[in-house]
Design a protein around this ligand. Structure first.
Ligand code: ADP
Ligand code: TRP
Length: 323
């Protein structure tokens, strides 16, 4: 049996792109897997960017509520908050001392962030060491990640290899597994949906706010009576992702025959989201109104995670020369 582990950055409420591209497939995999799975919210990584404690907390809760609303089975997956198992920072320190400074300066993600962010702190620089500790602390075998995280997994393998070479086999060298999501969800402006681009659909919003987001979906400006081209319409493409065959056929006909404006299509899109995700919206709202329940689920996960963490950390301390 392998141990699969991955971390989720908690930089905001997950949007439709995150949900369709990453969350639903990951939950299917975790719930159906015979392997052990660990899933955590990387809130210690988030503080490299987010300095407002309220925002940080909210993001953790809304990310957890979203995963729970979409059916993550927390009796099968060890689901926890990174900061609830602070042993990770101790391991991260050891790893820092076993990895050359020069190699960290070559990390793409640091260079990208250093170019675009104002707050270029040391945490951002040593981010890959904390991520390596996230993985190595739990003896993970397989780490599913997006392509942009591959270099971090290579760094993790490298630092674990260096530690093992000096001290004898101590850390498990993990393999990455690329999330080849075939889905690329476009946002309201027709470009890839992304938190940073202000083009997201947040399916959990209260109805009037959701309506506002949907009304921002860009279309051409053909009048109501005109026949419209569904093949090249961003709004239609988004609708198609969520609708069933029958609904898609009806929408195509409406576009072609005219007398159906983009306002109507947006209204149909709103109703589709409200009905298709009514259960998830309800569950999300339930969890966001019962944060103590989220806390208790995550604390439970952290207790289980801590057991593994302590075993591995003791192994490492001994090799370092402590204990
Ligand atoms: P964002 O670009 O909004 O900051 P992240 O980089 O945090 O999103 O992505 C988290 C996960 O969601 C990743 O696995 C990523 O592949 C997936 N994802 C993000 N945006 C999309 C999208 N527009 N379509 C499909 N999947 C997406
Ligand atoms: N850095 C990852 C991201 O931005 C999140 C993450 C933190 C992670 N620690 C991890 C992913 C450990 C996998 C394993 O998406």
């Amino acid at each position: 049996m392998s141990r699969i582990l991955t971390g989720i950055q908690s930089t905001g409420t997950p949007h439709l792109g995150n949900i369709l591209g990453a969350i639903i497939p990951a939950i299917k995999m975790a719930n159906g897997s015979q392997n052990e799975s660990y899933l955590f919210i990387a809130d210690m990584h988030s503080i490299t960017q987010i300095k407002d404690p309220k925002e940080l907390k909210f993001n953790t809760y809304s990310t957890a509520a979203c995963w729970l609303a979409f059916g993550l089975d927390y009796s099968k997956t060890v689901f926890y908050r990174q900061s609830d198992v602070p042993q990770v920072t101790e391991l991260s320190w050891y790893l820092n001392c076993y990895f050359p400074y020069q190699r960290l300066t070559l990390a793409h993600s640091f260079k990208d962030k250093a170019d675009s962010l104002e707050d270029v702190n040391a945490g951002l620089f040593t981010y890959p060491m904390l991520m390596a500790a996230d993985i190595l602390l739990y003896d993970a075998d397989i780490v599913p990640v997006g392509k942009d995280q591959l270099q971090h997994i290579e760094i993790t393998r490298n630092v674990a290899g260096r530690f093992n070479n000096l001290n004898g086999n101590t850390l498990i060298i993990p393999e990455s597994k690329i999330n080849e999501s075939t889905m690329l969800i476009n946002g309201t402006d027709g470009n890839k949906m992304s938190k940073s681009k202000n083009n997201v659909i947040n399916i959990f919003l209260e109805e009037t706010l959701l309506k506002k987001q949907i009304s921002g979906i860009k279309t051409d400006s053909l009048p109501l009576e005109a026949s419209k081209d569904w093949k090249n319409c961003n709004l239609f493409n988004m609708y198609k992702l969520l609708a069933d065959e029958n609904q898609i056929e009806i929408m195509k006909k409406n576009y072609e025959q005219g007398g159906y404006g983009y306002g109507h299509a947006k209204n149909d899109m709103l109703n589709l989201i409200l009905t298709r995700y009514s259960v998830e919206r309800e569950k999300y709202t339930y969890y966001m109104n019962n944060l103590d329940e989220i806390d208790s689920i995550l604390k439970n996960g952290a207790e289980l995670a801590s057991k593994t963490a302590n075993t591995v950390l003791n192994r490492v301390r001994l090799k370092v020369g402590f204990n």
